[in-house]
Design a protein around this ligand. Sequence first.
Ligand code: NCD
Ligand code: ZN
Length: 335
Amino acid sequence: MKTHTLLMPLDMHLHLRDGVMLENIAPLTAYSFSGAIIMPNLVPPVTSLKDVKAYKERIMAAVPNDYFEPYMTIFYKNYDKAFLESVADEITAIKLYPAGITTNSEDGVSSFDIEKMRPTLEAMSALEIPLCVHGETDGFVMDREAEFMSVYESLATSFPNLKIIMEHITTKAAVEMLDKHDNLYATITVHHLLLTLDDVIGGMMMPHNFCKPIAKRPEDLDALLNIALKAHPKVMFGSDSAPHPKDKKESSGCAAGVFTAPIALQLLCEIFDQYNKLDNLQTFVSDNAQSIYRICPEFKEIILENRPFVVPDNYSGVIPMYAKETIGWAIENVE
Ligand code: NCD
Ligand code: ZN
């Protein structure tokens, strides 16, 4: 049987939540990934040294062993330099959300006035703290990411020493930005390598495929696939796995977020294998992130097998993408 081995996979964009959800969900990622960038959009968001330390401890208490590194983030505000110095050793990045654009982002940024942000972003540049950005405007839903490109341009040119990560990109427009600015990078989810808007609302409405940013057009999917499959050095895997309880998804007013953490590596193998690019998967799922973030994860070896795997119908009450469907790869062993 065909197998494929991955070393130290990293998920560079992950939602773990808190409380019972954290306890149920964190072990699923800790099983097959060496580490993950942990998003700070709790309620209330993670904004202080005390918060971030305590959240990291709760994550470590929830995972069954020490072979998993939560790379912590705080929620962007116009912080001063003294605060950033005090928190720098505890965090790997800062995550910026436009106010109200997605789940738990109400306390985000409401104005992208570069001069107001300058002290914080200059301090982050000096301290080498990367800025992760949820790049969407409040425009028409299909245009939000493309409209945000002008904000990325002004951030990238105003702060040339700041590493800016365009999170979960979904458009050809975002892919094209990568080669325009040295300091722009991107994460790509697995669901955005599989879905278009048709898979969300083209037939029956599929709440478990609904997330922000929404899946776009076929030509956007092609651009994402093209850059991911060649493991362009500025792109990293970030699942944006975002668990919500079943009743928050299967409801009028469905919460945004696709839950993929326990099936992400299997799906990535399937996609890369389908295009005969399995040799590039290691770079996409770990090596690029190690160089971009300058991190050195704990050793972990994941062996995947090319055999049918039926995705469970739920994980502790959270419905994954492709629930009950059969996918082509399974995890065989983790060491
Ligand atoms: C995320 C969540 O549920 O926290 N939802 C989503 O649709 N991706 C937030 C986010 O990353 O936008
Ligand atoms: Zn997210």
